[in-house]
Ligand binder design. Structure first.
Ligand code: NDP
Length: 312
């Protein structure tokens, strides 16, 4: 076990790296633990066109590589380690990872969220090749194309509406006829003439016909089990997100679905533990908002450390 540092940042998406850039420049010598998917959700998108400062767009993985370089430039100790347990009941806080144990006076949690997927092999294989879990990220690549959106909640309605700005036709695929979506979001989608409804249907396969890019989607009727093939250029999975907060169950306050609760900026329910990005946010979920919150967490943390070291 190494000696306690001021700060460990858990997570390597835009929130984590931005927190690291600010904390490192404030001379807190942060360690950043990357987790199982270094770079986070942006590494499964293709081109990012809405992050300010990249007028020609940038590939998601390349952008995260640049975030990492910038964090390292100011001395962040970036480790490819995954946290397996956190101990917040004693100070310094103790983290167990797949490579050892680390301790720190403060933590910034940026473990993000993961889009729920259907769990099909073809879905994983064609991710970024017609299959997407993020309409905001990838919608603009489907100008005048025909796309399917799977889901029945507000995320699905929002994404379906958004996609009609680009696509010539958007079909919502839902496994039953009742919707979890709120009435207002559902009504808006129902009034949109570009949206069609494929109800009582579930996706069984995304097909590329050997072309390496989505061509059609096999749907099964959930009542009579009949399988049909629908031509499609895009398949958006919009069945919700899951916050990556399992490590903090019973340790930090969270809402019913597991998003960490923050107050006064980025303070969690435990003094000295801060949270930023999608782990606290199911509303905006953008790289730029996560990065902004990472900056806030580093500033909150720096001020907290300053206060508590003077007090101690
Ligand atoms: P929800 O859990 O509300 O809805 C998920 C939908 O996906 C359900 O209709 C569900 O079907 C379907 N689904 C889940 N798993 C599968 C599967 N394996 N195959 C097929 N369909 C599946 O998640 P959302 O992300 O839509 O919403 C989460 C929260 O965020 C909600 O509180 C929502 O109100 C909020 N939100 C608000 C927005 C806004 O106000 N602008 C925008 C987006 C989200 P079934 O119904 O059959 O279970």
């Amino acid at each position: 076990m190494d000696s306690a540092r001021d700060l460990i940042i858990i997570g390597s998406g835009p929130a984590g790296y931005t927190a690291a850039i600010y904390a490192a420049r404030a001379n807190l010598k942060p360690m950043l633990l990357e987790g199982m998917q270094p770079g986070g959700q942006l590494t499964i998108t293709t081109e990012v066109e809405n992050y300010p400062g990249y007028p020609d767009g940038i590939m998601g993985p390349e952008m995260m590589e640049q975030f990492k370089r910038q964090a390292e430039r100011f001395g962040t100790d970036v480790r490819f380690e995954t946290v397996t347990a956190v101990h917040l009941d004693a100070r310094p806080f103790r983290l167990e990872t797949d490579a050892g144990v680390h301790t720190a006076k403060a933590l910034i949690v940026c473990t993000g969220a993961s889009a729920k997927l259907l769990g099909l092999e073809s879905e994983t294989r064609l991710m970024g090749r017609g299959v997407s879990a993020c309409a905001t990220c990838d919608g603009a690549f489907f100008k005048n194309k025909e796309v399917l959106v799977v889901g029945g909640g507000d995320t699905c309605m929002e994404e379906a509406n958004f996609l009609t700005r680009f696509a010539s036709k958007v079909s919502v695929v839902h496994r039953r006829e009742q919707f979890k979506a709120s009435k207002i979001m559902l009504d808006r989608a129902r009034k949109n003439p570009k949206i069609e409804w494929l109800l009582w249907k579930e996706v069984v396969e995304a097909c590329d016909d050997g072309k390496g890019k989505l061509q059609s989607v096999k749907l099964r009727d959930t009542r009579n089990k009949e399988v049909t093939n629908v031509r499609a250029d895009g398949l958006f999975i919009a069945i919700g997100h899951r916050p990556n907060s399992d490590l903090f169950q019973g340790k930090l306050d969270m809402d019913d679905v597991g998003y960490l609760k923050v107050h006064s900026g980025t303070y969690t329910s435990v003094e000295g533990v801060f949270a930023a990005g999608d782990i606290t946010d199911h509303v905006y979920r953008q790289a730029v908002t996560a990065a902004g919150m990472g900056c806030m967490a580093a500033i909150d943390c720096e001020r907290w450390l300053e206060r508590t070291s003077h007090a101690g």
